[in-house]
Design a protein around this ligand. Sequence first.
Ligand code: PHE
Length: 452
Amino acid sequence: MTNEKRSSFTGKLGFVLAAAGSAVGLGNIWRFPYLAAKYGGGIFLLVYIILAVTLGFALMTAEIAIGRKTGLSAIGAFKELNKKYSFVGWLAAVIPMIILPYYSVIGGWVTKYLFAFLTGNGTMTAGDEYFGGFISQTAEPALWFFVFIGITAVIVLFGVEKGVEKVSKIMMPILVVLSVGIAVYSVCLPGAMDGVRYYILPDFSKFSATTVLAAMGQLFYSMSLAMGIMITYGSYMKKDVNLESSVGQIEIFDTGIAFLAGLMIIPAVFVFSGGTPEALGKGPSLMFVTLPKVFETMWGGHFVGILFFLLVLFAALTSSISLMETVVSIVCDKCKIGRKLSCLIVFAGSVVLGLISIFGYSIWSHITIIGLQFLDFFDFISNSVLMPVVAFLTCVFVGYVIKPQSLIDEVELSSKFKRKKLFVFVIKYMAPICIVLILVSSVLDAFGIFKI
Ligand code: PHE
């Protein structure tokens, strides 16, 4: 009896940790704070949380249930449930192929910062021009990108998932403790309260459709939704593991770390650069520019910096591994080739796309696509276009083709489905309508046809 109980608990813990390992990554620590800073602080946070408990909850439940029901990953799962919809699985599979390369470029930046702190050059990184100077070079960012994607490829090649899982169990709690510690420190810096207010109190005049779009794109990205990853994870889930409460726990973990990252960075922006729109709108560079300044002022900041970038690197690696693993397994299955060869192909393809992102900040910085640099363009195409499209199609598929009841039955195999009504409402009505409205306005906005 005790054995049975214990094994089912371990099953759930293993599942939640694996899914949280994929979900918690650069999206939480690097992307969330800069989006929150840029899109109005408190209002972004509020919209994000509302979307997380409605859209995020329903979509994650649907994806995990599809996976567990079919026991297959995205491409196979859609095909098995309805042949006509197998293209959705394919579309979902393209997204990690676009994300992996640029994700690894940023992973390379983190590796470089860790190296700088390790070699005693942490203070240098606190300089205003340091980050811009670094990414506008070609050779150095490329070198660190190779290091990061190389480590990812080696781990995927050797398939040491078990090792990664074990390390996750130690590293993830440390990440939480450290995040709380740094956030408390940031909040206590003199002058930080303005930043805390900006981050926590919603200012409704800053609300716009782009806020919702940015929050939605971030939600999909951060929870690894709309790209088949949660379907694959669901396919590994035991039928007796409580699906609904697992989703809740993954959401709390993911949103909690993102919230703390914002609390580490946004008040510090107010302290060091003032709460000007320029400082807040710094975008992707925010984490790399602001946090080193925090560490510089902190007692023992050098050591905290090492630990922090080590943990960010680790969170990024667990995510990039899940991205590469997904792509490699698709290439293996569809091209009928071995794991080693498919790993090599994915590695080579990612290197090409990653280098394009790197050149976009240096020798090709004069080239932009719809006003965006390559890395931002890849980010836009995957997060603001493809993911909403896949999420929309998934909702239509579940809501009107296989019908929500088929997934409700799957959830109820392991427990009562408490938020059943919410699930049906979101999947059938709220999500499809929101996604279409937002998608159309964002694309028009990106092409400058219609300014929101
Ligand atoms: N969710 C991860 C993050 O927040 C990124 C990721 C996206 C990982 C897609 C896997 C798949 O950083």
